[in-house]
Design a protein around this ligand. Structure first.
Ligand code: IPM
Ligand code: MG
Length: 365
């Protein structure tokens, strides 16, 4: 058997540990079925890490991540840590730092609305009938999240807050290339979302996308303003296949797309860098939803986003597309058989627990 693949397991806070347990069990099943071996390395992150070590991203955790082939991430944050100084809060001090540290500039968020789950979508049935799958590619290490200065200060007798939006041509070029390459493996249609009628950043974004697009004449490129995009997604979700956009727009639009599919509990994500370890691409895999403090500890969270994040890890970091598809098919089969957690249950179906959902998906592997 080949060398074990090292996976840093950062469960974090809220529902993180509950859904992570299911994803890890699924991966263990895959390893048995497809004859590979995984070396799981659990590490503290987020609020629980602050409680135990004083830091949201302890150096020991960062070291474990650096020595691993991929990071499987749960979620971080919660009311308990909301009053810390912002730079020390779990989201910024752990998650954003990990993204920047590993140069994870490309965030892939597939919003899958399965035909069986059309009833869970808040949209009118005729708009989503038959289901859809839209992949949102979000630039993850630039823009307003990281631009400097980022500060709140007193000026002329009042408080002013400053965030800075910065994109370099090279940052746009690398995400554009990735988007066009992914378009080639799909419908060869790419929609770039910006705010070119107002932002300098977006003028550069649009110009770079057009230029890079010349090298991919087989891919149809369209541009949408972000406000219009937000509207079109609701009006005609099935007319979209692949979207690429900057960091903050991608944050907002990916939540919208997730909700169109019925629940944010279904949306996985892969955050990829260009760092290739051996022939693998390093990445961080996490559900797009948060810690869901309101349901944490109740055992009712939907583990599917975490499980599908694990399958994205198999595909993108380990090149194991057979195992990855096996997991995706198992999720579809469990849904097809009618198993639903609370977030996706319709009024007349019985909701099952996180554990039961996990074991139904394992049974379908
Ligand atoms: C996401 C989250 C994060 C983000 C938060 C937790 C910092 O909303 O991954 O979409 O804004 O990127
Ligand atoms: Mg978000």
């Amino acid at each position: 058997m080949a060398k074990a693949l090292k996976v840093a397991v950062l469960s974090g806070d809220g529902i993180g540990p509950e859904v992570m347990a299911e994803a890890v069990e699924i991966l263990e099943c895959c390893a048995r079925l497809d004859d590979f071996s995984l070396d799981f390395r659990p590490a503290l992150v987020g609020g629980i890490a602050i409680d135990k070590t004083g830091k949201a991203l302890p150096s020991e955790t960062l070291k474990i991540c650096e020595e691993s082939d991929a990071i499987l991430f749960g979620s971080v944050g919660g009311p308990k840590w909301e009053n810390l100084p912002p730079p020390e809060q779990p989201e910024r001090a752990a998650l954003l730092r990990l993204r920047k540290h590993f140069g994870l500039f490309a965030n892939l968020r597939p919003a899958l609305c399965m035909p069986e789950l059309v009833a869970a979508s808040p949209l009118r049935p005729d708009l989503v009938e038959g289901g859809f799958e839209i992949l949102c590619i979000r630039e993850l290490t630039g823009g307003l999240y990281f631009g400097q200065p980022k500060v709140t200060r007193e000026e002329e007798g009042e408080t002013i807050a400053i965030d800075t939006m910065v994109y370099r041509r090279s940052e746009i070029e690398r995400i554009a290339h990735l988007a066009f390459q992914i378009a080639r493996s799909r419908k060869r249609e790419l929609v770039s979302v910006d705010k070119a009628n107002v932002l300098e950043n977006s003028l550069l974004w649009r110009a770079v996308l057009k230029r890079i697009g010349d090298a991919y004449p087989d891919v149809r490129l369209n541009h949408l303003l972000v406000d219009n995009a937000a509207m079109q997604f609701i009006k005609a979700p099935r007319s979209f296949d692949l979207i690429v956009t900057e960091n903050l727009f991608g944050d907002i639009l990916s939540d919208e797309l997730a909700m169109l599919t019925g629940s944010i509990g279904m949306l996985p994500s892969a955050s990829l860098g260009s760092d290739l370890r051996g022939h693998f691409r390093f990445g961080l895999y996490e559900p797009s939803g948060g810690t869901a403090p309101d349901i944490a500890g109740k055992g009712i969270a939907n583990p599917i986003a975490q499980i599908l994040s694990a399958s994205m890890m198999l595909r993108y970091s380990f090149g194991m597309s057979v195992s990855a598809s096996r997991v995706e098919q198992a999720v579809k089969r469990a849904i097809g058989k009618g198993y639903r957690t609370l977030d996706i249950a319709s009024p007349n179906t019985k909701a099952i627990s996180t554990r039961e959902m996990g074991s139904q998906i394992r049974a379908a592997l």
